[in-house]
Structures are given as C-alpha cells and as structure tokens.
Design a protein around this ligand. Structure first.
Ligand code: ADP
Ligand code: MG
Length: 477
C-alpha cells in the first residue's frame, strides 16, 4: 500500500498507555465501524504543554475528524488527563506519495496539452454515455443523490474524489464502496463519473463485466497491449460490481491495472456488493490491495430517505409527463411498505407512471397497493441480529448458545452452529470475518465452509431445507 505506515509516535510509554485508553474508549463509544473508518489510522505524534498532536495520512481524514469528532476526541483525552487543553490533528507526510505528487505536478504543463486531445472520448452530458466505458444514466448525478445516515460517509468520500483536481495528491486509493443491492452504489459511482467528465480529468466508468469482455476481446484481436495502455492512460478508473469479475487472467490484469494506477497516483474507485474480505474468488494480494484504501459501507435506506427519493423521482417524471402526480399519502405508503431497496422504489413508481400514462386516471391508494404488492419483501436484512439468530437456532435445536459458540465439535452442536452461521450470512449484511468473530472467534474460512455445507445439504435434504425456511420465518417475521 503506497501510504506507508508512519507510526512510531513520539510520546513516552506513559503517553502510549493514555493513547491506548483513548482509542479503546472511542472504539467502545462510537462502535467498530465508525472507529475503523475514521480512527484506525489516527496516530499519536506528541503531547506537549497540554496540546495533543495526532496525525492522519490524508487531508480528507483530517478535515472529517476535525469537523465531526474534534470535541469528542478532546473530551476523551481530557477524561484521561485533565491537563490537556487542546488537540491538533495534522496530516503526516506520506513516504512515497510526495515523490509521485511532485513528479505529476512538475509534468503538468507539458502533459495537459497532450491529455486534452486524448480526452475527447470522455462522456458528455449531451451524448449521454461514454463511448469507451459503460453507459451512464443521466439521472445518476449528485443532485439526485439523497444523503442520509446510511450513506453519509460514502457520499462524502465520493464528493471528495469528484472534486479533487488533477494536481492534487490522491487522498485515499482505492476508494471501495460496498452495500447490498439497490442501495445507491451505481448511482454514486456514475455521479462521480459525470462530475469528473465535466472537468479536465479523464475518467472511465466500467462494469466489471465490461472490463472482462474488453480485455478478453482485446486478447482475441491481439490488441491487449493497447487496451492495457489505454486503461493506464486515464486519471480516474471506476469499476462497478466488482463481485462479477471472474476468471484468473482478467483478475490478474485487473490487479496489474489497479497497482499501476494507484502507484502512479491515479484514482481508482470500486463498488461491490460485499467488503473486500468477502470477495472469495479474488486472490489475497488483490483483496488486501483493495482493502488498503478507504472502504466504506452503505447501509439500508431509512424511511425518510425513501420518501425523499420518491418525491425526487416524481418530480423528475413530471418533466416528461406533466399530468403525473402521486398524492403525498400514497408516497408515504410506498416509502413505508417498500423497505428493501432503491430499485424497488423505482419499480413501484414506474408502475404508477405506467398506469397514469395508459389510463390517464389519477393514482389512487388502491392502485398503489396493487403496484407494490409483490415488491414487499418478507425480510428486512438490517433488522435481524446475529444474537437473535444464535438464540433462535439454539432454542430450536435444544442446545445452549454458549455451547454453540464454544469450540466443542460434537455433532449435536456442529450442525446447529453451521445453520446459525448460514443464517447469519443470508439474513444479515455482516461479512464472513465479522460472523466468525461473533461465533466464538472463528476464522472466516470456517464460516464460508459452514455456509457452503448447509447450502449443499439443503439442496438434497428437503427436511433440512424446510427447517431452515421455518427458522428464517421465525427470525424475520
Ligand atoms: P446499487 O448499485 O447499489 O445496486 P443503484 O445505484 O442502482 O444501487 O440504486 C438503485 C436505485 O435507487 C437507483 O434508481 C438509484 O437512483 C436509487 N437510489 C439509491 N440510493 C439513493 C439515494 N441515496 N438517493 C437517490 N436515489 C437513490
Ligand atoms: Mg449497481
């Protein structure tokens, strides 16, 4: 990872003890996810005259911490040591980055001219797509992206990347955004692509599939070298749905491209439906490289956001179909019932729109109920907790929860444990390593094994399949 760790805080071991406690406290108070996103790379530099100096590797982290957590961090320090009066967060100089950044700035005047002529393929608002990339949806711009608790971090990071100028040092690389389906990854990625294509930077947005086929067909026509060169000649590479990247040779090629771009200070942005650690088909080095930048998760959309998205969509639709209107109570009804994801919200509205266009009649509650009937999902992923799964499964199989989490390997606990892990993977958005931790500190490969085992057993064994179905019902209803 290019941003080599600059550790070795200057403080004495007493300070280290306090620092450890401050970190522990922040972790406990803010939760693992927030801590990992924002505090994991915060180092202690020095404590002098009541001022604690800490450092982070990027300007983005610095400004985020200052604007969101400065008071909290100070208060936490003060609870450890009341002589502390202020904190100071600075950007530590990365070891490798400046050389690249300087080189890039130095080459700027000469390079700009060349690049401009080569950028003519960048998407423009008029053409609606990127000739060399995957097509961009004109609705997927920042203006239409609504920010709520579930996506604040991802949105902030995306904005930052979109607004960076070419001569700026890259702040976090790669930027890796993950979430369940329909929660706005593609929207956010394309918003970045639209924003950057309006500047002088050259951006390429590709789905993993397009990347794959591009590479495969380049190989066939023996233009693979040109393809690689073209890829490496861009400023920002955006790859969507990385979980679909299949095949050893494309993965190797993707790895090379990623390394080449990141190492030369070009921005790479990736989206997938799971965290890097769960991309089982990728090799370890590639996974850790992907995890080495900023990894942000987007959560389920809150009801408020869902309502806002609906309102926004109705307004957009009205520009083409002025007669279309959906009364507020109906929008609220849809936001309350279609809880699963943004794509289903779109689906529901499209049905209402179709009705309105075809019949010319008003949208009534009856019609709305019909439109959303099959979009209501029985399960709401976020609500099921791993503890509930463990408790329910333990009770169902008449074993104790502590036995299930223990290292015992007798058949009567092994199977319930595997079923519980399987349910944890399918009913929650937790990653394999996280599930492993919650099951008595097991390795993620153990969880993966359990998931596969249960899948294959349930394929052959109807009784087991039904039993699992019943457990799911108990958990989600
Ligand atoms: P993903 O790529 O994560 O599967 P998409 O980006 O395709 O999800 O989003 C699905 C639909 O939901 C799109 O129509 C998108 O515009 C909408 N959507 C999701 N999140 C938001 C949001 N925060 N603001 C506005 N629209 C959203
Ligand atoms: Mg998508």
């Amino acid at each position: 990872m290019p941003q080599a760790e600059v550790t070795a805080p200057a403080g004495a071991s007493v300070a280290d003890g306090r620092w450890l406690r401050v970190k522990q406290r922040l972790r406990a108070e803010l939760g693992e996810d927030i801590f990992a996103s924002w505090f994991a790379r915060l180092d202690l530099d020095s404590i002098t005259l009541g001022t604690v100096r800490m450092s982070v590797p990027t300007r983005f982290l610095k400004s985020w911490l200052q604007s969101h957590y400065a008071e909290r961090v100070l208060a936490t320090w003060q609870s450890e040591d009341e002589t502390i009066k202020q904190i100071d967060i600075v950007v530590r100089s990365p070891v490798i980055r400046p050389a690249i950044a300087k080189a890039r700035v130095a080459e700027q005047p000469a390079a700009t001219g060349e690049r401009r002529s080569a950028t003519t393929t960048a998407p423009t608002a008029a053409s609606g797509d990127a000739p060399t990339g995957s097509p961009l949806d004109p609705r997927f711009v920042f203006e239409n992206f609504l920010v709520g608790r579930a996506n604040t971090l991802a949105h902030a990071a995306a904005k930052q990347v979109a607004q960076a100028r070419r001569q700026d040092a890259v702040l976090f690389n790669p930027l890796y955004i993950h979430s369940g389906v329909g929660l706005g990854k593609t929207h956010l990625l394309q918003a970045i692509a639209w924003a950057i294509s309006a500047q002088d930077r050259k951006v390429l947005y590709l789905t993993a599939e397009k990347f794959m086929y591009g590479f495969v067909s380049a190989l066939k026509t023996q233009t693979a070298l040109a393809f690689k060169e073209a890829l490496r000649g861009i400023d920002v590479l955006i790859i969507d749905d990385l979980q679909f990247l299949q095949g050893k040779s494309t993965q190797v090629e993707f790895g090379h491209t990623l390394n080449a771009l990141v190492d030369s200070g070009r921005q790479v942005i990736v989206a997938a439906d799971r965290p890097p650690s769960d991309l089982e088909s990728l090799d370890d080095r590639l996974r850790s490289r992907l995890a080495g930048g900023l990894v942000v998760e987007m959560g389920a959309l809150s009801e408020e956001i869902r309502l806002e998205i609906l309102k926004n969509r109705v307004n957009l639709a009205r520009t083409h179909h002025p007669g279309f209107d959906v009364p507020a109570p109906i929008l609220t009804f849809i936001a309350e019932t279609v809880t699963h994801n943004g794509r289903d919200l779109d689906g529901a509205l499209n049905r209402l729109l179709a009705h309105s266009k075809l019949t010319g009649g008003p949208v009534t509650m009856d019609i709305a109920e019909l439109a959303v009937r099959d979009l209501i999902r029985p399960q709401d992923m976020k609500r099921v907790k791993i503890e509930d799964i463990q408790r329910t499964v333990a009770r169902h199989f008449n074993v104790s929860r502590s036995d299930m989490l223990s290292s015992r390997r007798t058949a009567n606990v092994v199977r319930p444990r595997q079923i519980a892990m399987y349910l944890a993977k399918t009913l929650t958005l937790r990653s394999l390593p996280e599930i492993g931790r919650r099951f008595g500190g097991r390795d993620h490969t153990t969880v993966l094994h359990a998931v596969r085992k249960i899948e294959s057993l349930a394929d052959r064994d109807r009784t087991l399949a039904e039993e699992i179905e019943i457990l799911k019902r108990m958990l989600v209803e």
